[in-house]
Design a protein around this ligand. Structure first.
Ligand code: F6R
Length: 257
């Protein structure tokens, strides 16, 4: 791993395995220090492709090294509207398949925003309140979308946005089309933690891999801070770890901003 300065921010750069190890080390230290104090560790977790090698490493540490998740409370960033928990593409189902089914977390401590609801505002407010009641998020994991979303805070999301129902950007729908077997099957709306909800986390770790993320990572780290690239708001947080693979970290000189 090496440190690379991009704009005002510093990234840890390595290959996929090194990134997973480094982030798993950080998370393990948090979980175990909390356990030693008899306290819960409140995590904010992400779905998508980026964290899969990290989740595989956490499962391995649980299986081979006894890393326990008994004192973990987890809140996921977002959930598609209308799929329901049984749908294999729901973030609920993905999180169980890729992590929770394989570790010893108490199912009562797993929270993902609701997918089916009558009143979106009430559903979103309820989820925000649940996070608040848990004492806020200690450690938030993020990926980054092709146009700079964090959670499903698409372009145009305000720094003060809270947990709410959002319309997915066309780019987000296109990116998801393959896994849904066509754009027409991708939900058009979701509930997401807001930018402010995310920024309230005491520690944030953003992971990005692959050349497709290169330009947007650069704009998030070194570009103007604002709603045009919601991930740029992270520059103002003060405790963000940027974990990038070599492809995502190469800063293209010809990027606007
Ligand atoms: C997922 C989420 C999204 C993804 C982002 C990157 O819960 O909130 O912001 O982190 O779209 O997705 P991948 O990792 O699939 O490139």
């Amino acid at each position: 791993m090496k440190k690379v300065k991009i704009g005002t921010q510093t990234a840890q750069v390595g290959d996929t395995d090194e990134l997973s190890q480094a982030v798993a080390d950080e998370l393990q230290a948090l979980i175990q220090s909390r356990a030693a104090e008899g306290k819960m560790a409140v995590l904010g977790l992400a779905t998508g492709k980026t964290p899969l090698p990290l989740y595989a490493e956490l499962i391995r540490r649980h299986r081979d090294e006894g890393l326990s998740f008994k004192n973990v409370v987890s809140f996921n960033l977002d959930e598609y509207e209308g799929l329901g928990r049984d749908h294999e593409r729901s973030y609920w189902a993905e999180m169980w398949k890729n992590l929770f089914d394989h570790v010893d977390i108490d199912p009562a401590n797993v929270a993902v925003p609701p997918s089916i609801y009558d009143d979106a505002e009430e559903a979103a407010l309820g989820y925000g309140k649940q996070i608040w009641d848990a004492g806020g998020i200690d450690w938030q994991l993020l990926g980054i979308g092709g146009e700079g979303h964090i959670g499903f805070n698409e372009k145009g999301s305000a720094a003060t946005s809270l947990t709410r129902r959002v319309k997915l950007a066309q780019k987000t729908i296109e990116d998801a089309a393959k896994s849904f077997g066509g754009e027409e099957n991708v939900p058009t709306h979701a509930i997401t933690m807001g930018v402010e909800t995310i920024l309230r986390a005491r520690r944030i770790v953003l992971m990005a891999r692959g050349v497709a993320k290169q330009k947007i990572v650069y704009r998030a780290m070194a570009g103007e801070v604002g709603s045009e690239v919601p991930a740029s708001f992270l520059q103002e947080h003060g405790n963000v770890g940027w974990f990038l693979d070599y492809d995502a970290a190469r800063s293209p000189k010809n990027v606007r901003n």
